[in-house]
Design a protein around this ligand. Structure first.
Ligand code: ATP
Ligand code: MG
Length: 436
């Protein structure tokens, strides 16, 4: 059988003949009549088998297939008010395209629940479930909308190396690899490369790519391989960069709201989905501390210089109830490549964008002056010589620039209220998982 004329189940027209192809979702044998429900990426269609009236071989072979086998039927499409989609196909031809074992490790019809590890071990079967497939269709829409927004604000998409000689912030959280007998690493962030490209003729760049973090955390919001949406732009300060990330987040929600009605329905979120309003509150670090302390939720009051723990972030998020920024962090708890205010060396231009439940973004204006940058490496205990490929470009005309990194999985996770970041990755990498 040729699939050239295949019609998706959602596109069949009553009164016409059609060839459909997909998975056997269910077989219902009622005696003289049987129904096969065939599922494809667009939905499901009922195929009616009238045992006495149809070709004996067709009836026998069609009813012999195991669930989740791949089949194809050709026949007439008829209106049928009793069918789940008001139409059914009365077959004239049948083909078993690819059989499935009768024992499945996972039930794609969702009647039997499976634990996350089982689902992740069997992602192919897992994504046959509409509510799981929907997450990845929405993720694709989020990335599409991000790309479109970046282009609308004059950014060029770049791809930087993931195999590197040195990390962004030192060696502690890097995965070492062997590179032709030399030690190399998987890059933890495109930070240094995107800065080098902001200072190039491209000026405004973005990258959507993997970042590798070797930390041994085991939390619902950390992966060891994540996808980072990165921005870097010249003649930008940190507040301009905050405008861009706010624009991306709102654009991503709007795109999903407009283009993913079916997916939100599959996730049972059609009514609950809300596009956040722009103009996210911009708190200073000190305001954030005061508000956290005022909630009385923490055992110990936070003092200036403390980083925000998960509990602190949660208390503040609950209090604010929407996306918000925290800016003006103490310099000592932000990375050295982030610029301090010119009139206040104790305060950094670094910022975080927070969802009420967790951090989504870190960014800031960058140190673009050669001498303070090299000093920063030294103070951090890093050898500036190892980073010479980077620092030397700051001697050849590096304009002021700013940027940020946004975790794509955290964006999808918080958008859809997923309880675990692994739900937003096809094949997550964590302490326990390296395969598939
Ligand atoms: P956290 O403090 O939440 O661990 P971070 O401050 O270490 O995050 P950054 O280095 O600032 O993370 O990275 C920028 C963004 O990239 C984060 O805000 C987050 O959205 C995403 N990100 C970073 N590390 C991870 C990770 N291990 N898993 C998933 N996303 C991550
Ligand atoms: Mg951060």
């Amino acid at each position: 059988m040729s699939f050239e004329n295949r019609t998706y189940t959602a596109d069949v027209t009553p009164g016409e003949s059609a060839t459909i192809a997909g998975w056997v979702h269910e077989v219902r044998d009622l005696g003289g009549i049987a129904f096969l429900i065939v599922r494809d990426k667009t939905g499901k269609l009922q195929v009616k088998i009238e045992k006495d009236e149809m070709d004996e071989e067709l009836v026998e072979s069609a009813l012999d297939v195991a669930r989740e086998s791949v089949v194809s039927f050709t026949g007439d499409v008829k209106e049928e008010p009793r069918a789940p989609t008001d139409v059914e196909l009365v077959p004239e031809e049948f083909e078993l395209v690819a059989p499935a074992d009768t024992e499945l490790p996972l039930d794609p019809s969702g009647k039997v629940d499976a634990e996350l590890p089982t689902r992740l071990d069997n992602r192919t079967l897992d994504l046959r479930k509409p509510e799981v497939k929907a997450i990845f269709e929405i993720r694709a829409e989020v990335l599409r909308a991000a790309r479109e927004y970046f282009r609308s604000v004059g950014c060029t998409e770049i791809n930087t190396p993931k195999i590197v000689a040195t990390g962004t912030e030192g060696g502690t959280e890097l995965f070492p690899i062997s590179y032709f007998g030399e030690e190399a690493f998987m890059n933890q962030s495109p930070q240094l490369f995107k800065q080098l490209m902001a200072g190039s003729g491209l000026e405004r760049v973005f990258e959507i790519g993997p970042i590798f973090r070797a930390e041994e955390h085991n939390t619902p919001r950390h992966l060891n391989e994540a996808t980072s949406i990165d921005f870097e732009g010249t003649f930008c300060d940190h507040e301009d960069a905050m405008d861009v990330v706010e624009g991306i987040v709102v654009a991503a929600y709007e795109a999903v709201n407009e283009n993913c009605a079916e997916q939100l329905e599959a996730l049972d979120m059609a009514d609950a989905f809300e596009v956040p309003e722009g103009g996210f509150p911009r708190l200073t670090y000190e305001e954030a501390l005061d508000r956290i302390n005022a909630t009385g939720e923490l055992d110990e009051r936070l003092v200036y210089g403390d980083d925000l723990s998960t509990e602190a972030e949660r208390a503040l998020g609950e209090e604010i109830g929407s996306h918000y920024f925290i800016m003006d962090w103490p310099s000592e708890i932000k990375p050295f490549y982030i610029k301090d205010y010119d009139d206040d060396a104790e305060t950094s231009t670094g910022f975080d964008l927070m969802h009420p439940s967790m951090e989504l973004v870190s960014g800031g204006q960058r140190e673009h002056r050669y001498d303070p940058l090299v000093e920063g490496f030294e103070q951090q205990g890093l050898d500036p010589d190892e980073f010479e490929y980077y620092t030397k470009m700051f001697k050849y005309g590096m304009p002021p620039h700013a940027g940020w990194g946004l975790g794509a999985e955290r964006l999808v996770m918080t958008m859809l209220g997923l309880g675990n970041i692994r739900e937003a990755v096809l094949f997550p990498r964590d302490r326990q998982r390296l395969s598939p």
